[in-house]
Design a protein around this ligand. Structure first.
Ligand code: ISL
Ligand code: CA
Length: 529
């Protein structure tokens, strides 16, 4: 069935680091408005805004203290309305980030819950004694307040909501109606597959996330999502993308299959785990073939995919899956070509379109992410030597993705000192220079987006693997008599092709020597048969 979100390209904005309009060093809504023409020119259709709600910013917006107000650092509700209006004029859609596993501890609900208010006490999860659970940011998930403990799977400033309480569902419905009536086109649902806690008892011991079997992919969660779909989402032309941690293909399909229709698509994590051992803090050498195999598993298995290689929680893809030194342009464009031609809705993360690289952080003070600091202090407790700590933290910190967008050679993000340091490579990697240079990553991204829209097989065609070995990924997208073949070399080596290229080359990130029967390092080619 034809649906706008199957054809559209989504662009994620992390507002704090996008563009600062008033010179306080913090990105804001007016800053976003000032760059809409550039985004429109790039060709994206939907903007996903990481949280802009009122928040004490313990987890930079993922700790909401009022879902119906804008964080004053980012602007006012008038600014938000202006953004929606400007987007509407330009034919851009907006989706909001809805964080409903937890709130901020400064949310009035939690303040009343702490005070034992008869209505609000049960909005959160309280227990006389803690169980053995461990949380996403390491350490126990239970915090003592007076004579009881409340649950927090993330920071202690992010208490988990009690989804067994029907009032929490009612509140959420109202929040969703509020934003949908304002004209947003849907939501990205933060950690949505862990919101329902079936039991609070001790869990099986794991290196990380002890207790997860009591809240991961529970039937109670399916019930809630069905209700939200029927009673809210179905009334609007809007879609949902769920962030689903630790999810398998089968679990994803249980959420998105048309027969269940709880969510429209989900962000899975398996392909983000190909370069790690046990947990994300222990990175191992990246093997392109492992990424390809994982992508194939999801391309073939999942009913629909939300494709992404970056977001505000992940290191930069060109530094992680490509080569940000010898093949910066080649690997950045090859990765984007793959992202935009796989089956599913593509999500581009701000800065990915110019091939932003991981940053350099000299001291711990340079890191702003609370997760990074918590893990560093855990490593310190475990007596990890300083050099090792520094190395592990640098490979994985979420702050790589949170460095401000360099709009110009001089920076152009803010007239004053940004809340987090700029990337030192901004003189080479910035939006202005790349917009001026027709052969830049920005221009290739623009061309690829427009190509994606000129052939319906990219949106609606089948996905068939033709070849996947030694880091070379060849697949085709077919719809009726339209057949498009995509060849991606994800390695830094010349690779022999198993057959001659036949058809018209409609895009390639580097010149191709047909006679050679070899493709170059990080070569990406799109052929129409
Ligand atoms: O960072 C991660 C991925 O490597 C995860 O551990 C992450 O915490 C998890 O994916 C959940 O992320 C979401 O919820 C968090 C918030 O800190 C993240 O920014 C958000 O994307 C809590 O709301
Ligand atoms: Ca600002």
């Amino acid at each position: 069935m034809k649906t706008f979100w199957k054809e559209n390209v989504v662009y994620q904005i992390y507002p704090r680091s996008f563009c600062d309009s008033n010179g306080d060093g913090i990105g804001d809504i007016q800053g976003i408005i000032s760059k809409l023409d550039i985004l429109k020119d790039l060709g994206v259709d939907i903007l996903w805004l990481s949280p802009v709600y009122q928040s004490p910013n313990r987890d930079f917006g993922y700790d909401v203290s009022d879902y119906l107000e804008i964080n004053p650092e980012y602007g006012t509700m008038e600014d938000m309305d202006a953004l929606l209006l400007e987007c509407q004029k330009k034919g851009l859609k907006i989706i909001m980030d809805l964080v409903i596993n937890h709130t901020s501890d400064e949310h009035p609900w939690f303040i009343k819950s702490k005070q034992n208010d008869p209505i609000y006490r049960d909005y959160y999860i309280w227990r006389d004694q803690p169980s053995n659970w461990s949380g996403f940011f390491s350490g126990t998930t239970w915090e003592k307040y007076e004579d009881a403990y409340y649950l927090h799977l993330f920071l202690k400033e992010q208490p988990d909501l009690n989804w067994k309480n029907p009032k929490v569902l009612e509140e959420t419905k109202e929040i969703m109606h509020f934003w949908l009536k304002k004209g947003v086109s849907g939501f990205r649902l933060d950690v949505i597959n862990i919101i329902y806690k079936t039991s609070l008892e001790n869990g099986k011991k794991h290196i990380a996330l002890t207790g997860k079997e009591h809240y991961h992919s529970q039937e109670g969660c399916h019930e809630i999502l069905k209700t939200l779909r029927q009673e809210v989402m179905n009334k609007y032309e809007a879609f949902t993308v769920g962030e689903t941690v630790l999810v398998t293909v089968d679990q994803a399909n249980e959420l998105i299959h048309p027969s269940r229709k709880e969510l429209d698509m989900v962000f899975s994590f398996e392909h983000m785990e190909v370069d790690q051992i046990n947990n994300k803090w222990f990175k191992t050498k990246f093997k392109p073939q492992k990424l390809i195999d994982t992508l194939i598993k999801w391309q073939v298995g999942a009913y629909w995919n939300a494709n992404y290689l970056e977001n505000h929680d992940q290191p930069r893809s060109v530094s992680r899956f490509g080569n940000d030194k010898a093949y910066h342009y080649e690997s950045a464009t090859a990765l984007i070509a793959m992202l935009l031609t796989l089956k599913g809705t593509p999500f581009i993360y701000q800065g990915q379109e110019i091939g932003m690289k991981n940053g350099e952080f000299k001291t711990m003070e340079d890191y702003k992410d609370p997760e990074t600091h918590r893990i560093e202090s855990l490593m310190r407790k475990l007596h990890f030597p300083k050099g090792l700590r520094k190395h592990l933290i640098h490979k994985t910190s979420r702050d790589h993705a949170r460095m401000p967008i360099p709009w110009t050679r001089q920076g152009g993000f803010s007239i004053s000192k940004p809340w987090i340091q700029m990337n030192t490579r901004m003189k080479e990697i910035n939006v202005q220079s790349q917009m001026e240079d027709q052969t830049s990553i920005w221009h290739q991204t623009r061309t690829l987006i427009s190509l994606r829209k000129s052939y319906s097989s990219f949106s609606y065609g089948s996905f068939n693997v033709r070849y996947h070995q030694h880091g070379v990924f060849v697949y085709e997208r077919i719809l009726n008599d339209e057949k498009i073949e995509i060849i991606i070399n994800l390695t830094g080596m010349y690779k022999k092709l198993n057959k001659m290229i036949d058809g018209n080359i409609i895009w390639s990130n580097q010149p191709l020597d047909i006679k050679m029967k070899k493709i170059k390092p990080y070569h990406a080619i799109i052929v129409k048969n």
